[in-house]
Design a protein around this ligand. Sequence first.
Ligand SMILES: [Zn+2]
Length: 407
Amino acid sequence: MKVNAKRIENDIKAINNFNSTPGHGISRGTFTKEYMGAIDYIFNELRKTGADVKIMRGGNIRARLEGSITDAPSVMIGSHIDSVFQGGKFDGVVGTVTSLEVFRTIFEKKIPHRNPIDFVVFVEEDGSRFSSVLLGSRIWAGKVKEEDIPKILDKEGISYIEAMTSSGLIPEDNSILNGKEIKAMIEPHIEQSLVLESKGLSIGIVETIAGIKQLEVVIEGVSNHAGATPMNLRNDALCGVAEIILNTEKIASENGTSVATVGLVDVSPGKTNIIPGKVRFTLDIRDKDDTTLNEISERIIKSIAASCKNRKLSHAIKQVSYTKPVFLSKKVVELIENSARNQGIDTLRMVSGAVHDSSVMAELTDVGMIFVPSKEGRSHCPEEYTYLKDIEIAANILLESVIELSK
Ligand SMILES: [Zn+2]
């Protein structure tokens, strides 16, 4: 039993026709006109299967093919279709279209299944409009407090509820997703890194989604005249930060698993002829192991203190967020591996450095993720690319895995 790759190719094209920045990458903010264009296309495809399609809590979409046993927990597949501003054609879309194709194939070929098959499209995975990643799955899973939902606003001050209502995605079922009603979930996704391509592999199977610690650091020195202040009498906050960034790089590089990034540096006063007196910067530290993540974070914090002491600078560190690593289901990982082996495909178990809706779902049920290579590791940019042949392989592995899970 195989999927139809031509149909997958058409789906990718059709969904990416809905884009608010043609010629400059793909932009598809949650609940926008473009988002709804893509959703309508998917609705149309689902209608052909006669599936029960419902708008769920938070505007998430769920289509269901009933199984032969009533009230059995479902086997869930799917991803997201929102895209960061000027992103690429494949992030989210690959998981959506491969899942859609598997769903259609099971319907058309009348593949027997005891469990219901659920195809889902999660809202706002990429923080594309409300700057809050995994928002749709978190709302559906009851991880966002009821009273906080109306407070979620986009940059224009339009609320999540208002945007959802005016898009027409008004929930028909507002209940919180219950893990007991889901047997397992599989999300295919682009890798967004270079590992698979560098090993010449088509398929990665995610075992762990890395934990993330995000810090905000403020370093203060003394602003002074760039010409009149001798080098030995300066307290240059930016020079301190330069040292801190290089130390961070060194600490994170040592164990081969951690990553640490300073992605934002805000220098004040930020003038050509004034010594920087204050610098604010962000730190994003990740590892697949929680103990290592905390150890590395502590060492980076200590090195910040040491650099500041040496350079007579003051510092303040605030933890902005902390997400523990998420372990995906061993059972589902092995099942996907078996499906790949049956099809003669080599796979690699891997860590996802990026978070996905699967992180939220893993708290509710057994979850697996299938990764396909990103050309040159590029993602969240117009250059993002994944070969159709790899997408087809992933779809066939997903199909076999879903058949096995729902038997
Ligand atoms: Zn994504």
